[in-house]
Every structure is written in C-alpha cells, then in structure tokens.
Design a protein. Structure first.
Length: 222
C-alpha cells in the first residue's frame, strides 16, 4: 500500500485499535520472566550459563493461540508428552515498555511454565518496514527441574488458590494508572493530540458489578 494513503496517522490508528482489542476487550495475559544478563554468570570457556538468573516477572497483554501442539513420545521409560503454545504480543506495546523478549526466556500461562523456543516478527503492516504488526512467542513446556518459579493466576478452576479464577478484569484505555496500578499503556493518537483522552475511566468486570451473587459482572462506575 502506498505511503501516500497509509500515513503515520493511519499506523497510529491501527496500533491503537489493536491495543484496545487486546487490553480493553480480550484481557489475556502472560507472566514473562526475562533472563538477567548482569546477574547470570556464564562459563569462561563455553560461554554458557550453568544457572540462569531471572528478574521479576512482567505482565504482558497478549492474544493466545489456544491450539496446543502436542508431541508424544514412547520409549523404554514410558510415555512422555510435551506441548507448545503460541502467544501474540503487540509490537508497539513492547517498544513502549522497553521489553525485548529473547529465545531462552520464560513465560507462564495458566499453570504451565514455557521456555521461548521461537521468536519471530509476524509481518510488516502494509509493507512498511518500520511498522511491525506483532511478535509471535512460541513456548515449549518446561520441566520443573529446568526452571521453577511462582505460578501466578489465573490458572485452572481445579485449584482452590485465591487467584486460580480471575474474577476481576480492568480496562487500561491508555491511562497511566487504573485500579490495579500502573499500566504503561500508550495510545498514540491521544499522545499526539489527535484525539482527546477518554471522558470516562477504565471500566471493569468484577464482583462490584454483580447484585445477585452469581459472579462477576460489568461495572460501569469505576
């Protein structure tokens, strides 16, 4: 598509709409564990890390491909089943937050920890080299002997932990802070003064919106 018709303003619009879908509608997230290059020691000869040291997990808003890729092997030790999962991260959101995932980093989704084994850019928007749609992070399930960390919810309805089921979902809507804390969410058209900030604040789905004690519901007075 010619740059005459797809200008930076259109690119900002596409980015903002994508962020709105992921952060204000879908609400899926992973906990990303980046390897600390300053804390991790490598072997002097082989330049490999005997033990990886990780910084605190970072919450990333994503779209999750729910189709698991199963890999089952049968050997003399029995049946060994492993699987992969793919998550999509909006590229500008990572740039805004100063995050650059790498192969070998880890992330958790549900009650499973994954190692990033594939990292690839999805596509250029309308063929413009500087505007990337998003990044695909393909993770392979990690054995507990390889990496252990606290699992953050939501996980699964089978568990009785307080955060096993997510009862509250709060929008971000480009504000610097919502009821859950800092968002680091940037909407480019608002930042550049093309659009005014939202008149109302981030809405939420939570027990506050439920008057029947059935479960969480939309709450529009936040």
């Amino acid at each position: 598509m010619a740059r005459l018709f797809i200008t930076p303003r259109e690119m900002n619009f596409i980015s903002d709409i994508t962020k709105e879908l992921i952060k204000d509608v879908v609400g899926q997230k992973i906990y990303y564990f980046p390897v600390s290059e300053t804390k991790t020691k490598t072997h002097e000869i082989y330049a490999e890390a005997l033990q990886k040291i990780f910084d605190n997990p970072i919450i990333l808003d994503v779209l999750v491909n729910n189709e698991f890729q199963l890999d089952t092997k049968i050997d003399k030790f029995g049946i060994d089943t492993n699987f992969k999962i793919e998550v999509y991260v909006q590229h500008r959101d990572m740039v805004d937050k100063g995050i650059s995932p790498s192969i070998g980093d880890y992330y958790s989704f549900s009650d499973v920890m994954y190692e990033i084994t594939e990292y690839r850019y999805m596509r250029n928007i309308y063929g413009q080299a500087e505007n990337i749609d998003g990044v695909s992070l393909i993770g392979t399930r990690v054995r507990e002997s390889q990496f252990t960390a606290k699992i953050h919810g939501p996980t699964t309805i089978e568990y009785s932990d307080e955060d096993a089921i997510q009862k509250t979902f709060v929008q971000q809507r480009g504000v610097a802070e919502n009821s859950e804390g800092e968002t680091a969410d940037v909407r480019d058209l608002v930042r550049q003064g093309v659009l005014d900030p939202p008149i109302t604040g981030p809405k939420e789905v939570s027990p506050k919106g439920d008057s029947t004690n059935v479960g969480s519901a939309f709450y529009d007075e936040s």
